[in-house]
Design a binder for this molecule. Structure first.
Ligand code: AMP
Length: 273
């Protein structure tokens, strides 16, 4: 596995690649969720680039940019073991100039759900992803369904700007008890991890109801909030694949989403129906 720390190094290596390029952008502190994306990329592409970059522009002023886990050595070992061919570790100063334009997330899909609690977050996400897609010249880029809204917005951007890349959606990887893997799970103490399982339990409850043909969103949301109690809920929502709230679940066209707080830690999870 090669390592590039600058744009010039990345470009130099990119020029020498023949065959299809798969790209997995991450913020590091890699876990099995990230590794599943790398393995999928390896299955589908000849050459796999992974980036580790804690992107400052997607953190709001009051968020955890400073304390976000950074584990460069472990990440390097895990990337190598998962079959990555190139690890890109850029510097913020090279990725961003000063006072430059930013991609703006769409007013609707970008400012609901996560975007309503984290206004501006998706401007930062879309801007960095566009830069990284341009730099890597990837044929396919792999994203987790775990971050559903991010995945939808990136897919919409790729379509709207005719980007020459296929966005591939990958399943959420969970710990044994159901908790969706996340680099932010490291902030949770053991007892809090137990509480955090309630997010997945609420989604299982939604799944159970839907299988019984209970398709009314308000009924599903009410049952989910019973399962989540007494956690502090930011939102429970049932939306279509464009993130618009829907009254009735449609199989193949629905996402059920949760954001909740445990202590100071904010967690998200979702289920694609
Ligand atoms: P992050 O490092 O959190 O920015 O995530 C990088 C990529 O990994 C994104 O596409 C995430 O959606 C994906 N990802 C994060 N957690 C999981 C998970 N538990 N299962 C699958 N993909 C994930």
């Amino acid at each position: 596995m090669q390592i590039a720390r600058s744009v010039e190094e990345l470009r130099e290596i990119r020029r020498g690649i023949n065959g299809t390029v798969g790209f997995v952008p991450t913020m590091g502190a890699l876990h099995s969720g990230h590794l599943s994306l790398i393995k999928e990329a390896k299955k589908q592409c000849d050459f796999v680039i992974v980036s580790v970059f804690v992107n400052p522009t997607q953190f709001l002023a009051n968020e955890d940019f400073g304390k976000y886990p950074r584990k460069e050595q472990a990440d390097e070992i895990l990337c190598r073991a998962s079959g990555a061919d190139l690890l890109f570790l850029p510097n913020a100063s090279e990725i961003y100039g000063s006072d430059e334009p930013s991609i703006r997330a769409p007013k609707t899909a970008g400012f609901v759900l996560e975007g309503s609690v984290r206004a501006g977050h998706f401007d930062g996400v879309l801007s960095v992803v566009l830069k990284l897609l341009n730099l890597t010249g990837a044929n396919k880029a792999f994203f987790g369904k775990k971050d559903a809204q991010q995945l939808v917005l990136i897919s919409q951007m790729a379509k709207a700007f005719f980007l020459p890349v296929e966005i591939v959606a990958c399943e959420t990887i969970r710990e044994q008890g159901g908790l969706a893997m996340s680099s932010r799970n490291e902030y949770l103490e053991e007892a809090q991890k137990n509480e955090a399982k309630k997010l997945s339990f609420a989604l299982y409850e939604a799944s159970r109801l839907i299988k019984q043909n209970v398709l009314d969103s308000s009924v599903i949301k009410a049952k989910m909030s019973e399962v989540l109690a007494p956690l502090s809920i930011d939102y429970i929502e049932v939306v279509d694949r464009d993130l618009k709230p829907i009254k009735t679940v449609v199989s193949g066209g629905t996402i059920v989403l949760i954001a909740a707080r445990i202590g100071g830690v904010r967690l998200i999870d979702n289920m694609w129906v």
